[in-house]
Design a protein around this ligand. Structure first.
Ligand SMILES: Nc1ncnc2c1ncn2[C@@H]1O[C@H](COP(=O)(O)OP(=O)(O)OP(=O)(O)O)[C@@H](O)[C@H]1O
Length: 677
C-alpha cells in the first residue's frame, strides 16, 4: 500500500514528502516507529492480496474447489495446446514409460517369488535361470526409472516455456504490465512469472506421475493379487484406506492458502531488498537514521515471513505424523493382516505348506507393498493438489490481470467510460478536445481541456504541483483511461515521451540511443518474424550501414555535449550499468540524444531537462527545435517559454479544475524570440 501510495504521487509531491520527513525528523522515534508499523501493516495487506480499497483485485479463494478446477483447466490448455502438440507427445511418452514400469515391477515380483521357491526346494539350475532373468530385467527397469525422471523434467520445461511465453505475450502487450501492477494493484508480477510459474509447472509435472503411476499400480497389482488371495480380502485394504483418506482430509490444514501466502511473503521480503538496492544512494546519504529505518522495515518482512514459515512447518510436521502413522505403517500392518488371516484362522488352509505357498507369500508381500504404496500415494495426492492450488492461484491471478489487457478494459464495469474513450491516432496534429482528466482514484484534475499542437508551434504546460500536467500525457499515452472528450494523436512512432527519469536499457551506449529499438544482441538472436514485427526499420533497405549509423549517433551525442562519453573505452560499444554510473544530468542528456537520433515529429518533454544546467537546458531545447521536433513541454522554468508558441496553464488547487491558454509571439528559427506575453 505504501508503495502504491508513493507511485500515485507526482514528482514534486514525492520531493515535498521527503522534505516533510526531514523537517519532521525531530518528531521523535515513537512517531517514526508508529508510521513504520502502519506501513508494514499496509505492506502485509498488500502481500496478502488485500490491495487498494478503491480498486480491489477480484480475489478468489485459494482452495481445491470449482474455481481451482476452472483455473487449472485454463492453464493446462495453454501448456498443452492440442492432442498432437509436442507437449502432448511428452505426456504420451511418460504414460508409456509408466505402464512399462508397472509391468516390469509385476514381472520382477514374479521372478522374486519363483527364486524364493526354488531356493527352498534347492533347485540350483532354476535358481540360476531366474537370477539371470532378474539381471536381464533390471536393465530395462533402470532405463525406465531414469527415463521417467527425465521425461518429468522435460514436461516441466515444456510447460514452463509455453506458460511463460504466453504470459510474456499478454503482459508486454498493450502495456498490460502497467495496468496490472500500477492501476489494478497486482503485486509481485516478476515473482509470479519467474518463480511461481516454475513451481507450478514442477508441481503439475510431478502430480501427473504421482497420479498415473499409483493408479496403474493399484489396478494391475490388484488384478495380479487376485490370483493369490482373491478380491475379497483386498477389499479390506481399500476400506482401510478409504477411512484414512477421510480422517486425513478432515485434519489437513489449509495447505493451498498457506502455500500462496508463503510465496507472497517471500516476494514482499525480496521486494523490500530490491527497493533498498534501487535507492541505495538516497538511503546512504541519510544514514544512519535512514539505515535504521531500512533495517526495521527489512526485519519486519523477515519476521513476518519466518513466523508464517514456522507455523507452516509445524502444521506440516503434525500432518506428516498422521500421514506416516495411517498411510505408511498402518497400511503395512493391515496388508500383512489381510494376507495372514486365512492362515491364522484355518490351519488346514490348502495354500499352506507347499513350495507354491512360499512363492505366493514372497510375491504377495511384494505386490501388497506396491499396492499399499500406490493407494497411499493416491491418498496423499490431496496434499500435492492443495499445494498446486496455491501455485495455480498465483499464476492465474497474473494471467487474469494480464489478459484483462490495457487500461481501456479497466473501465469495462463502467459503460460510460468506454464510449467516451476515443482515440484518433492518424491526425497530422495533436488535439485535445473537451478532455476531462481524472486520476485512477477518481479525483477530477482538469475539465473540458481543449487545445491543439500544430507542426512548428510548440506548447508548454505549466501549473502547480499535482495539477495533472503529467497525467495529461498518461492519458494520451493510454496509460490512464480517458474519462471524457477526444484526443487526436499523430501516427505511431511520431510522438516521443521523455520523462524526468530516463529509462536506460541494459546494453551498449549504442543501444541507449537506438532504444526503443531492442538492444542489438537481442535483435541478433530474434527470429526474422519477430525482428520484422518489433523493428521493421532495422531490416529495411533504407536502414543506414553500421558506419553511417555510428556517425549519426556520434553527432547526436555531440549535440547534447556527451561526445566525451563516446570517447571513453570502447566508444559506442561500451557497456556500463548506465542507470547507476551516469549523473542525473548525463542521463537526461543521453535521453535527449536518443530523441535527436529518432527525430519524431512531436515530443513530450516532461521536465526532462530538470537536472541539466540552465545554459545546457536551453542548448538542448535549441537542438530539439532545430531538428524539426515540435515539443509539448511540461515545466516550471520561465526561461523555457521562449521555445513555445502557446502556454496552457493548469489552475490546480483544491477547487480548481480549470485551465487557460496564453498565446505567445512566434519563435524565430533559433527558437528564442518569444519571451512570454
Ligand atoms: N497511480 C495514481 N493513482 C492515484 N493518483 C495518482 C496516481 N498517479 C498520480 N496521481 C495523482 O494525480 C495528481 C496529478 O499528478 P501529476 O503527476 O499529473 O501532477 P503534475 O501536475 O505533473 O505535478 P508535478 O509538477 O509535481 O510533477 C496528483 O495529485 C497525484 O497524486
Amino acid at each position: 500500500m505504501a508503495d502504491l501510495f508513493l507511485d500515485g504521487l507526482s514528482q514534486s509531491q514525492k520531493r515535498s514528502l521527503a522534505i516533510i520527513v526531514v523537517v519532521g525528523g525531530g518528531a521523535g522515534a515513537n512517531q517514526i516507529k508508529k508510521a513504520l508499523r502502519s506501513a508494514a501493516r499496509e505492506q502485509q495487506e498488500l502481500a496478502m492480496g488485500t490491495e487498494r480499497k478503491d480498486k480491489p483485485l477480484k480475489h478468489k479463494a485459494v482452495a481445491v474447489d470449482a474455481i481451482f478446477a476452472s483455473r487449472l483447466r485454463k492453464i493446462l490448455s495453454i501448456c498443452v495446446p492440442g492432442p498432437l502438440s509436442a507437449e502432448a507427445g511428452l505426456i504420451y511418452a511418460q504414460g508409456g514409460l509408466l505402464i512399462a514400469r508397472t509391468m516390469l515391477s509385476d514381472y520382477i515380483s514374479r521372478l522374486e517369488g519363483q527364486t524364493g521357491r526354488y531356493i527352498i526346494s534347492s533347485d540350483g539350475s532354476k535358481v540360476r535361470r531366474t537370477m539371470a532373468l532378474f539381471v536381464a530385467a533390471s536393465i530395462p527397469a533402470a532405463v525406465v526409472n531414469s527415463g521417467l525422471k527425465y521425461m518429468q523434467k522435460r514436461i516441466k520445461l515444456a510447460f514452463q516455456r509455453r506458460l511463460t511465453l504466453q504470459l510474456h505475450e499478454l503482459y508486454c502487450n498493450n502495456r498490460a504490465y502497467f495496468a496490472a501492477s500500477t492501476l489494478r494493484g497486482l503485486t509481485g508480477a516478476d515473482q509470479r512469472i519467474t518463480e511461481d510459474v516454475e513451481k507450478f509447472t514442477y508441481a503439475i509435472s510431478e502430480l501427473y506421475s504421482y497420479t498415473f503411476k499409483p493408479l496403474l499400480d493399484v489396478v494391475l497389482f490388484t488384478h495380479s493379487l487376485s490370483g493369490i488371495m482373491g478380491y475379497k480380502s483386498q477389499l479390506a485394504l481399500y476400506g482401510y484406506y478409504f477411512c484414512c483418506a477421510s480422517v486425513l482430509r478432515k485434519t489437513s490444514p489449509p495447505l493451498a492458502l498457506m502455500t500462496a501466502q508463503e510465496t507472497a511473503l517471500t516476494g514482499a521480503f525480496r521486494q523490500a531488498h530490491q527497493r533498498l538496492v534501487q535507492n541505495a544512494e538516497e538511503v546512504a546519504f541519510n544514514d544512519p537514521p535512514a539505515g535504521m529505518a531500512e533495517q526495521m522495515i527489512l526485519n519486519q518482512h523477515l519476521y513476518r515471513m519466518l513466523r508464517h514459515s514456522r507455523l507452516s512447518a509445524f502444521q506440516h510436521f503434525v500432518q506428516q505424523v498422521l500421514d506416516g502413522f495411517f498411510v505408511k505403517y498402518g497400511a503395512t500392518a493391515v496388508a500383512l493382516l489381510v494376507y495372514a488371516l486365512p492362515f491364522i484362522f484355518d490351519s488346514n488352509n490348502p495354500r499352506a505348506g507347499s513350495g507354491h505357498a512360499t512363492q505366493n507369500y514372497i510375491r504377495a508381500m511384494r505386490l501388497l507393498g506396491n499396492t499399499s504404496k500406490g493407494i497411499g500415494d493416491l491418498v496423499l495426492i490431496y496434499k500435492r493438489i492443495t499445494g498446486l492450488a496455491g501455485h495455480t492461484s498465483r499464476v492465474s491471478e497474473l494471467l487474469e490481470q494480464a489478459s484483462a489487457g490495457d487500461v481501456k478494459n479497466l473501465s469495462s464495469d463502467n459503460p460510460e467510460r468506454v464510449h467516451t474513450q476515443l482515440y484518433l491516432r492518424n491526425g497530422p496534429t495533436i488535439r485535445f478536445d473537451r478532455v476531462t482528466l481524472t486520476s485512477p482514484d477518481g479525483t477530477t484534475l482538469v475539465r473540458g481541456l481543449t487545445f491543439d499542437v500544430t507542426p512548428g508551434r510548440s506548447v508548454m504546460i505549466m501549473g502547480p504541483n499535482g495539477s495533472g500536467k503529467s497525467s495529461l500525457f498518461r492519458v494520451a499515452a493510454g496509460l490512464w483511461p480517458l474519462q471524457a472528450g477526444e484526443i487526436t494523436l499523430p501516427p505511431k512512432g511520431q510522438l516521443f515521451y521523455l520523462s524526468q527519469r530516463p529509462y536506460l536499457v541494459s546494453g551498449t551506449l549504442r543501444d541507449q540511443l537506438l532504444y526503443p529499438e531492442p538492444p542489438r544482441d537481442v535483435l541478433a538472436v530474434a527470429s526474422p518474424a519477430s525482428r520484422a514485427r518489433v523493428a521493421p526499420w532495422a531490416t529495411s533497405a533504407a536502414y543506414p550501414s553500421r558506419e553511417a549509423l555510428d556517425e549519426r549517433l556520434a553527432q547526436c551525442l555531440e549535440a547534447v555535449e556527451l561526445d566525451g562519453l563516446a570517447a571513453r573505452g570502447r566508444g559506442l560499444d561500451q557497456v556500463q550499468a548506465w542507470t547507476e554510473t551516469l549523473s542525473g544530468g548525463e542521463k537526461q542528456r543521453l535521453a535527449m540524444a536518443r530523441l535527436l537520433f529518432h527525430a519524431p515529429a512531436y515530443a513530450v518533454l516532461d521536465e526532462c531537462t530538470s537536472a541539466v544546467s540552465a545554459d545546457g537546458e536551453l542548448a538542448l531545447y535549441r537542438a530539439a527545435i532545430r531538428a524539426g521536433i515540435t515539443v509539448l513541454s511540461i515545466g516550471h522554468r520561465p526561461a523555457l517559454k521562449g521555445f513555445h508558441s502557446r502556454i496552457v496553464h493548469f489552475e490546480g488547487g483544491d477547487g480548481g479544475k480549470g485551465w487557460t491558454v496564453e498565446e505567445l509571439r512566434d519563435r524565430d528559427s533559433d527558437g528564442l524570440a518569444g519571451t512570454g506575453a
